[in-house]
Design a binder for this molecule. Structure first.
Ligand code: UDP
Ligand code: MG
Length: 139
């Protein structure tokens, strides 16, 4: 199982801009399989819990407000080396530093509203997947 899954969100800015379809197409084209998928919005409490590791960072309050500002798409993706390959596909946190052809370079609006989330480790991929999905919701 290690290395096989990562967790992603298509964030509210990309949903608002009608980019769910194009981003899912890029994910599939890069060789990821969708194991779980849902469209939902987070309360402030839920967004705060998801990003609790960033609680002490200066951008935390803004991040929580933004991530609870509208609907998002959450998904579990499967592929060998899923975490690192997906981080490469999404590009740098700051879209002005993201490489050409990456999801953030193409779709992100700013460092905060940066189109997508991607897990940063296998451990967090599992923790984040469990935050959103039950076993019955995975295929
Ligand atoms: N973020 C922000 N300002 C910053 C750094 C991060 O608003 O200076 C937001 C941004 O939406 C980012 C999220 O906080 O995706 C989590 O930050 P992290 O450092 O984990 O970046 P990521 O792993 O998403 O690339
Ligand atoms: Mg991160």
């Amino acid at each position: 199982m290690t290395g096989k899954i990562t967790f992603t969100m298509i964030k509210p800015d990309a949903v608002e801009a009608n980019n769910i379809g194009p981003i899912l197409a890029m994910i599939n084209k890069a060789g990821f399989t969708i194991k779980a998928l849902k469209y939902l919005s987070l309360t402030k409490e839920q967004a705060g819990q998801f990003y609790a590791v960033h609680k002490e960072r200066p951008f935390y309050g803004e991040l929580v407000d933004y991530m609870s500002s509208g609907p998002l798409v959450a998904a579990i993706l499967s592929k060998d080396n899923a975490v690192s390959d997906y981080r490469k596909l999404i590009g740098a946190t700051d879209p002005t530093k993201a490489e050409e052809g990456t999801i953030r370079k193409m779709f992100a609006k700013s460092i905060a509203a940066n189109a997508v989330h991607g897990s940063d480790s296998d451990e967090n991929a599992h923790i984040e997947s469990d935050f959103f999905f039950s076993q019955l919701e995975r295929f």
